[in-house]
Ligand binder design. Structure first.
Ligand code: ADP
Ligand code: MG
Length: 881
């Protein structure tokens, strides 16, 4: 209780006490430090602001107190109130605002409530409370609706008007609950059935809420007015029901204001919003939650004064329990007491944040002028004075609005998805376009390519046709050339025949002409005879002479025709023969016509080709051997080939061989072998030499003219089996000559013979085997005569392995030659050792047992039994023959 002192509470005129007009602007930005999220912990000090309002005298007071002065005197400009103690003494109190009985509702709102409302809009909690004796104008100040006179609208109505003006309906929201606290029970004035609403405190933040209360969203002033009316009606009804007055209950209006600060601060302006498409730029918007609590308290008069209306004491106590608890809390806060008994009543619990909390609180204490209520007035003033000492720490209630962010992001995401889909579509269209373009180009390229290829193909075909044509022309020219060159060729033969036929025709014609002439002459003679008979004899004589001459001429011509006919038949034969050679050559059996050259089968072959050969013999008789041999050196290869064929055929006849050699044919043939320019010539020449080599005298000549070397050379060079067969045949013949043994060996004849086994052709192998057998035979003969001392040259030249290997060759001809060779070799004791080590003994034993030729079988047995070495070995091996 303030006592005396002119300037009570002067020291409490805090430096940050503000007038309404400057309240908001004077909040330093730096002071409003926000600890985001979760409604910051930083705060601004904010003392509870207290205004005092004096009600004008009412009619009753005018009458009753007419003779008395008011108990208070106001000095609004000094914000002072003088409370008269008596006629000469008064106490002076200073308030934040002093509102006289003439103060308008508007001014009261602006002074008391507007700063709080503005704070609420900024995200602070705010409290506007009226305290005072019943009938002093609390409800008038707070709750007047101003239906008839809008200037009379109270703080609730004006606050809501201000709030609705300042919020944006899209982002912000306002909701309202309206309650009554009576006898420690909270009733819902918007839903009277809800008459025992519990108070819930958040343990973490300490915030108090009434989750059971009806909350109505306010979109416009009209709705709010209706709610206030409804609440007021319910309050009257409730009080009637409870048999009480509204002055005994506390009315509490709670206004929750939620504001999104997006667009006002940071990057969340509406303009920026359009720019910031990137999700990364999004910060959650900030949601400010300011709560305005307007409390119309129950009358503060003492119980006993109002108790006259018949209420029980306990009830009266209970009625004012909350109010006295509020007084105690304010006292404790004013004195900075360690304990503030907030929990003593529901009112103090509800107003926990309003006094000593984070709320901006404005208190209006209402007083009446009547000296009769001086004590209550003084009590009210004292309450106000104490309340002025309560310091609150204003704290902004803001948090990140994740819900809103999520919504915004969802919208953004939808937008991005649709953008992406649109871009995807564009991209796909582009891809399709490129694909079609590429397809088009490929088709075009393919078409071009096909055209070029077609052109190229046509060109190639043309070139090909051209080439064919050229080749044909060339071939024709060659054919013509051949026809012109080859005198012994089939075609040339034909030409010759044609020519001879023409000659013959000519001769026939001439003869006919002669015969005709003859007949003419005969006729003339007849005429002359007739004339002579009638005339002279001289002319007749002359004519007879002419006639005789003509007759001789005719005989001569006839003789010539006969000779030509014979020549023609000869040429025809030769032409046929040539044709048959060529045809056989074309069939791959080039030497078929020379089979007779093989010394082993020439007799048989000779029989088959006797006719041809006869004509050749005939031919050579006519043309002359010398002439044919000279043709062997002809420049023309075709002529050479033909000539060598003729010579080879002649050489197949034993009768001709001597003549050929005498005429130098052997030398020419060896020369052909040396030159080996042509495989055919070489083959035929070798065949001819082989035939000549059948004759012993010729064998020596061949040797003397270096034939062994030449044959050996051919044996190593030639590939063709038929050539090799001829060479092997020639060498085999030479092998049968006792006198040539050493030379054959020293000039490589044996080695050449053995070398030819590389060609596995049985004809070649057969000749090789024959040669070896011949050679072995000569050796065994020489050794038995004692002229050959050492071991066999065949063994020395390494023939034994091949001999042993082929001793049982499946070709009987080869087998027989080899068997004979083995027998011959075995006859010379000096060979025995080598033969045993080379496995020949086994073969000899086999021959002696199994050979199909009895003579050879016997020879083998004889040989084996006559050799001591073989006998010893056979004994050792327990072999019996
Ligand atoms: P309380 O609510 O404090 O009990 P009320 O607001 O009901 O008091 O006021 C009681 C009476 O006084 C009412 O008839 C009201 O119209 C009148 N009244 C109160 N204050 C004023 C004022 N400032 N001007 C005119 N009449 C007032
Ligand atoms: Mg009232």
């Amino acid at each position: 209780m303030a006592t005396g002192g002119v300037y009570k509470n002067g020291s409490h005129k805090a430096p940050n006490l503000r007038t309404s007009s400057s309240f908001k602007s004077k909040l330093p930005a730096s002071n409003v430090r926000r600890s985001i999220p979760g409604g910051g912990t930083d705060s601004v000090s904010g003392r509870v602001r207290v205004a005092v309002r004096l009600r004008p005298r009412n009619a009753e007071e005018m009458a009753a107190d007419a003779d008395f002065a008011d108990c208070v005197e106001l000095q609004p400009e000094l914000k002072r109130l003088k409370l008269r103690k008596n006629n000469w003494d008064s106490d002076t109190y200073e308030f934040d605002e002093v509102l006289t009985e003439y103060s308008s509702q508007k001014r009261v709102y602006e002074v008391v409530a507007k700063p709080v409302v503005e704070s609420v809009l900024d995200g602070y909690n705010g409290t506007v409370m009226a305290y005072g004796q019943t009938g002093t104008g609390k409800t008038y100040t707070l709750g007047r609706l101003g239906d008839e006179d809008t200037s009379a609208r109270g703080i609730m109505v004006r606050s809501m008007e201000d709030i609705l003006v300042n919020i944006s309906p899209e982002t912000d929201s306002v909701s309202v609950s309206y309650l009554q606290l009576y006898m420690e029970t909270i009733q819902d004035l918007l839903n009277p059935a809800n008459d025992n609403i519990p108070i819930v405190e958040d343990q973490r933040t300490g915030d108090v809420s009434l989750p059971g209360a009806t909350v109505v969203e306010i979109r416009n002033q009209q709705t709010f007015m209706e709610l206030l009316r409804l609440g007021e009606n319910h309050r009257i009804a409730a009080n009637t029901k409870l048999n009480t007055e509204s002055s005994r209950s506390h009315a509490i209006l709670m206004v929750q204001v939620k504001r999104s600060v997006l667009g006002r601060e940071d990057d969340f302006s509406t303009e920026n919003e359009n720019r910031s498409h990137s999700v990364g730029n999004f910060k959650p918007p900030i949601l400010r939650k300011g709560k305005l609590v307007v409390v119309d308290l129950a009358g503060s008069e003492r119980v006993h004064k109002s108790g006259s209306e018949g209420h029980m004491l306990e009830e009266a106590k209970s009625i004012n329990l909350s109010l006295s608890a509020l007084g105690k809390c304010i006292n404790a806060l004013a004195e900075n007491s360690a304990h503030v008994p907030v929990r003593d009543s529901k009112l103090t619990r509800l107003l926990k944040d309003s006094f000593g909390g984070t709320s901006r609180t404005s208190l209006v204490v209402t007083i009446g002028p009547s000296p009769r209520h001086r004590a209550e007035t003084a009590s009210t003033i004292l309450f106000g004075q104490r309340a002025m000492k309560v310091e609150n720490m204003l704290k902004i209630k803001e948090e990140f609005d994740y819900k809103s962010l999520s919504k915004r992001l969802e919208i953004e995401l939808d937008k991005l998805i649709s953008d992406s889909e649109r871009q995807q579509k564009v991209y796909e269209n582009e891809v399709e376009r490129i694909r079609l373009e590429a397809q088009k180009r490929i088709t075009e390229a393919e078409r071009n390519c096909a055209e070029v290829l077609q052109e190229e193909k046509v060109k190639c075909q043309m070139d090909y046709m051209e080439s064919i044509k050229k080749l044909e022309e060339k071939w024709n020219i060659n054919q013509q050339k051949r026809a012109a060159n080859g005198e012994v060729r089939m075609d040339s033969g034909n030409d010759e025949v044609t020519e001879l036929k023409a000659l013959l025709q000519n001769e026939i014609r001439l003869r006919k002409a002669a015969e005709e002439e003859n007949n003419n002459l005969k006729l003339q003679l007849l005429k002359f005879s007739k004339a002579a008979l009638s005339g002279g004899n001289t002319d007749v004589m002359n004519l007879q002479e002419i006639l005789e001459e003509e007759s001789v001429q005719k005989n001569k011509l006839e003789e010539e025709v006969r000779a030509l006919r014979s020549q023609l038949s000869q040429l025809s034969t030769e032409a046929n023969q040539s044709r048959s050679y060529l045809e056989r050559g074309r069939n791959g059996n080039t030497l078929a016509g020379l089979d007779c050259l093989s010394p082993l089968n020439h007799l048989q072959s000779r029989d088959s080709s006797n006719g041809e050969r006869a004509s050749i013999v005939n031919l050579h008789e006519q043309v002359g051997l010398q002439k044919i041999l000279s043709l062997l050196e002809s420049e023309d290869a075709n002529v050479r080939i033909h000539a060598v064929k003729v010579v080879a055929n002649l050489a197949a006849e034993e009768a001709n061989q001597e003549k050929i050699v005498e005429a130098g044919g052997l030398t020419s043939l060896l020369m052909l072998l040396r030159s080996y320019e042509d495989e055919t010539i070489r083959r035929i020449a070798a065949g001819a030499i082989a035939n000549l080599a059948m004759n012993e005298a010729n064998q020596e000549l061949i040797m003397a003219q270096g034939g062994i070397c030449l044959l050996a050379m051919t044996a190593s060079d030639a590939e063709d089996p038929q050539t090799l067969r001829m060479v092997a045949g020639a060498l085999a013949n030479l092998c049968g000559n006792d006198k040539l043994q050493m030379r054959l060996r020293s000039e490589g004849g044996i080695k050449a013979l053995l070398g030819m086994v590389r060609c596995r052709h049985p004809d070649v192998l057969s000749q090789v085997a024959r040669g070896i057998a011949n050679f072995a035979k000569c050796e065994s003969r020489a050794s038995s005569q004692g002229t050959k001392p050492g071991r066999s040259l065949l063994i020395e030249d390494g023939a034994l392995p091949w001999i042993v290997q082929n001793a049982n060759n499946e070709a009987s001809l080869i087998r027989r030659h080899v068997e004979l060779a083995l027998c011959h070799l075995a006859q010379h004791e000096v060979n025995a050792k080598d033969m045993i080590s080379g496995g020949a003994l086994w073969e000899l034993v086999r021959i002696s047992r199994d050979c199909s030729r009895e003579d050879i079988k016997a020879l083998a047995r004889r040989t084996l039994t006559s050799s001591s070495t073989f006998l010893a070995e056979m004994r050792r091996l327990r072999i019996e023959v």
